[in-house]
Design a protein around this ligand. Sequence first.
Ligand code: FES
Ligand code: FES
Length: 157
Amino acid sequence: MSVNVSITVNGKPVSAEVDDETLLVTFLRDHLRLTGTHVGCDTSQCGACTIHLNGDAVKSCTMLVAQADGCEVATIEGVSDGETLHPMQQAFKDNHGLQCGFCTPGMIMSALDIVKQNASPSEGQVRDALEGNLCRCTGYTNIVRSILAGAKEMEAS
Ligand code: FES
Ligand code: FES
């Protein structure tokens, strides 16, 4: 069965008729070609597909796009203004928070949610909050360092 959805994605209104079983991540990647949102596990464990729904971080692989009807969605493509990196993106770059980069979009979307909830988190709070985001490359030290640096930069700006 098909369903009509109207969503604001990265500030732009989008309407489409989709199969009602379409996942939000599939809609973002395949219909809108916003391929920065990755699919790692497809079972809500790795966090590679993390986006913001009405300002909160959620895993888009375990949501139907129909559930996002009428909502505001933000993806990694909407984080930068297109000219300069967002301070959190810059912090990941400066602190070697990425290697292959596969987990990075989800990490950054989660990082922004962590900072939204607590402008100046401790290392322990960041580690706890990243429980749902897996990285196969790094060992997390530089990711945590990046988020702490990004939080500081965001607080200062
Ligand atoms: S792809 Fe969604 S949590 Fe892994
Ligand atoms: S940087 Fe490769 S999976 Fe995290």
